[in-house]
Write a protein that binds this ligand. Structure first.
Ligand SMILES: Cc1cc2nc3c(=O)[nH]c(=O)nc-3n(C[C@H](O)[C@H](O)[C@H](O)COP(=O)(O)OP(=O)(O)OC[C@H]3O[C@@H](n4cnc5c(N)ncnc54)[C@H](O)[C@@H]3O)c2cc1C
Length: 373
């Protein structure tokens, strides 16, 4: 066992942290207020190579693994900067199931930050379970004709390319859809969190997609998606861990300076115990995330670990943002404090990317299937 990050990983942590602090301070508040995707910033992240962490160098990526991806997500989200989650999801799908042509077409653009991807699974009647997916794709002269509605899709109207999950005659099927394809329309939503990853509903009406835009095998879309879900869970866990760290940093900094009578807030033992619990739980969440990331890179079965990782990160982040209120009193109760945003981001990401209830279902299933007590 090795509990140390390598010198290169430590360097990456420092570099992303420095970048995120600087860019976060410079980012106009409008992006969050008006729910706008900061594409220029995404491109800057791409220029650093950080939008393609898992993409091999031959396709223009960093040629690194899941742990580097987690580091990037965590350090960016600590400063409330949107990480490349959806692009990395498409990269993973392409690397696992894409044709050589699809890889050459999309991976370099995703890895450089030129392209942005969206993942469209959820529908008005389909959230936690894919079984009832209603969007259809019918074959027609070498094309697929898609009809249906998708809901709550991050970046749908901003993305260059969308992974759209549909139902064909033989089962769930993933199709790559260009944003400007005729027959596709977007309606922007107004969510509490994830506002710099704008959320849209998508209307697909006779949307015609060439047959070679099939990603993976027809009818095997669900299996394909589930194999990439492990990476996305630890990406989301890392984002939540980053939010929790950001919250802690702000809360401790405030409580260090704030005097109550003759004491500083951080001098109260009750407050110190809160701090001790918060950091103990945060470190546990990071450890299980790191273990899951190493298992992902080693190709070891790790659904149990990735699900625990997303669950734990979501619970710890919620506890930390809630306790940030305890540490900072009235300061936290105003919108100009940073906790308003952290709270909205954390509550939203508890649901998106697989809710805590679904994580618990998966964990219980894995325990009963194969856990060594
Ligand atoms: C801001 C935001 C962004 C999103 N981005 C995307 C995106 O980019 N792409 C995409 O495809 N989807 C996206 N989603 C959708 C998200 O994945 C779903 O909202 C999520 O899976 C939950 O589905 P639901 O809201 O339909 O809840 P439902 O499935 O209706 O569930 C309602 C409640 O019941 C619980 N529940 C459901 N089933 C069970 C069960 N078997 N046991 C116990 N409890 C259960 C759930 O945890 C939830 O708390 C996004 C959602 C949000 C809010």
């Amino acid at each position: 066992m090795d509990f140390q990050y390598s010198p290169e990983q430590l360097q990456l942590i420092n570099e992303v942290a420095r970048f995120a602090k600087k860019e976060s301070a410079a980012l106009a508040k409008d992006y969050e207020d008006k729910s706008i995707f900061p594409r220029g910033l995404h491109k800057k992240i791409g220029q650093k190579g950080w939008t393609g962490p898992i993409v091999p160098k031959a396709y223009g990526g960093m040629g690194k693994g899941a742990l580097e991806y987690c580091i990037i997500m965590e350090e960016l989200s600590k400063e409330l900067i949107t990480g490349p989650q959806t692009s990395v999801q498409l990269e993973k799908m392409l690397l696992s199931f894409g044709t050589e042509r699809q890889k050459r077409l999309y991976l370099p653009k995703l890895a450089s930050g030129e392209y942005v991807a969206a993942l469209a699974i959820s529908e008005p009647q389909v959230g936690s379970s894919f079984k009832n997916l209603q969007t259809t794709a019918k074959k027609d002269n070498g094309f697929y004709i898609i009809n249906g509605k998708k809901s709550h899709i991050n970046l749908a109207g901003d993305a260059d390319i969308l992974m759209v999950f549909t139902r064909t005659d033989i089962g769930l099927t993933c199709l790559l859809v260009d944003r400007d394809t005729p027959g596709i329309r977007f309606e922007k939503r107004d969510p509490l969190g994830m506002r710099t990853l704008p959320v849209y509903d998508i209307f697909l009406e006779g949307c015609r997609v060439p047959g070679d835009h099939l990603l993976g095998e027809e009818g095997k879309g669900l299996a394909a998606f589930l194999t990439t879900f492990n990476l996305s869970r630890i990406g989301n866990a890392s984002t939540l861990i980053g939010f929790a760290r950001g919250c802690l940093e702000h809360a401790v900094s405030y409580a260090r300076d704030r005097r109550v009578g003759d004491s500083r807030v951080v001098d109260f033992q009750g407050i110190q115990w809160l701090l001790a619990e918060m950091v103990a739980e945060l470190e546990a969440a990071r450890l299980i995330r790191d273990r899951a990331a190493l298992a992902e890179d080693a190709g070891i079965e790790h659904t149990l670990n990735t699900s625990i990782s997303k669950l734990l990160a979501a619970e710890v982040a919620e506890k930390i943002v809630s306790r940030a209120f305890s540490l900072t009193g009235s300061y936290a109760c105003y919108r100009e404090s940073p906790f308003d945003r952290y709270w909205r981001e954390i509550k939203t990401l508890q649901v998106a990317g697989g809710s805590s209830e679904i994580m618990k279902n998966t964990i219980a299933r894995e325990i009963l299937r194969s856990y060594k007590f």
